[in-house]
Write a protein that binds this ligand. Sequence first.
Ligand code: BLA
Length: 509
Amino acid sequence: IDVDKPVDLTNCDREPIHLLGYTQSFGCFVALRFDWIIAYSSANTVDYFGAGSDEVIGSPLKTWIDAQTLHDIRSAFQASTITGRNERLFSRHIESTGVSVDLSIHHNGTFIIIEFEKITENRIPEDSFVRSMLSQFQRYANSQELIQNTAQYIQFLTGFDRVMVYQFLPDGAGEVIAEAKNEQVDSFLGLRYPASDIPKQARALYLKNLLRVIHDVDSDPVPILPEASDSEDSIDLSFSTLRAVSPIHIEYLKNMGVKASMSVSLIINGKLWGLIACHHYSPLVPSYFVRTELELFAEIFSLELSSRLMREREQESNRVRNVHNQIMASIGSEGSLISLLEKQFSTMRALVHCDGIAAIIDEDYRTDGTAISIDWVNQLTRYLNRQASSEVITIESLEKVLKNYDTGSEKVAGVLAIPVSKSPRDYLLFFRNAQTQTVNWAGNPEKPVSFGPNGSRLIPRSSFALWQQTHDDRCEHWTDVDIRSGDSLRVTLLEVIIRHFQERSDMQL
Ligand code: BLA
């Protein structure tokens, strides 16, 4: 990011976070050419090989690694060229220095990248916990239980102060939908964060590389040597396990008071559905083994979640089908279409939660529950007719579309409208009353950045204090479920109309 340019959130989206030229200090990094000569290394090789990077760069890897481990690294590299993923070796020794390490091996398109992480004493017992987590899945009755219990289990296993499940919303903002935490820290449950907190290129990277960790926001990143003159020539660290993260994000975490962070991607149908996001208030990095297990777990968890969400959707369409059958079974030939619909008002209300229902057909207006007056309905249908759509239309604030409308004593604020004929259109209308609505944002979402002491330097916002957005003139949000139910009902009604007229013309014959 050019720090002299004026602040613009799209700058954020352009920071090349995979080309920053630094690693974090909890491991050692080497990049080899195809002849297995070290071309680049992190500046901290002395802690691993007993030799500085000036000595290491230009030397063959075998100078520093014993024959057996070298052989394993080569096999792992072969495997990674087939799988396209990082291959891993655990609990190896570097003989010359006696250091025990876990290793990650991959090819970045240009170089063979090998990363070493020292194994520390206080590592978590290393039996596979994925299996035990999977065995719990069947105990959870629904997707929400699955999500909540998973947060709890991960918090227990990793010891992070806070483990959240963060779900992206259609506009890119996100919400903490489950949380497990240590008693000393504040709860973030239910808080919403704007899309700009996780810029585009980061989301794109997180689709490919599923796990990232920031072990200590106060630890200086380690340069990769020789240093590139500009980021274009920097080594691509997209799949590096030690990649130093964006200084902007480090500042964000510092503003939050967080010292260490880890997040794992949840991908459903090829899209970033959410993250398992973890915070710690002192430096922390789970061992590479534990991170490897978590990554695997997150993939299986995403599949389970996806199938649960699908099943829950199916249950909902069963409900719709039942209503459909009920309505179809009750169609007779007698009476007008509107009185036929009126008889089904209560059945239809069970499908779309509302405060009132109405139908307007050939200027005949019938209602049940709170609805707006015929004058307003006429204005509303004129508006709806202009929408040039044969699909369900939802409005959450009638004030926004009707001239001089105010919810008045009826309090009707929103409508879900189903067109039931071609123009001039007739409609089935579900009304909802105004309801005070509060969205809890962590800080003002319109001010995701602020200015630093030196003018236009971009700084993520420093206040995460609860910032409430309240609306009094709107109805409860029409959800995807409401819209899908409305759309199925539209199809049912078309069938009803056809049948109704068929039976009437049959009678006339
Ligand atoms: C990355 N931002 C991230 C990440 C998260 C968040 C989870 C992934 C890295 C990690 O695991 O820490 C955001 N963290 C959150 C949110 C919560 C949380 C929403 O715990 C809620 C509880 N950030 C800004 C602005 C910019 C920005 C204004 O606020 C840009 C100008 C940038 N965020 C930013 C960047 C990354 C990031 C560049 C990528 C970091 C990297 O992987 O290098």
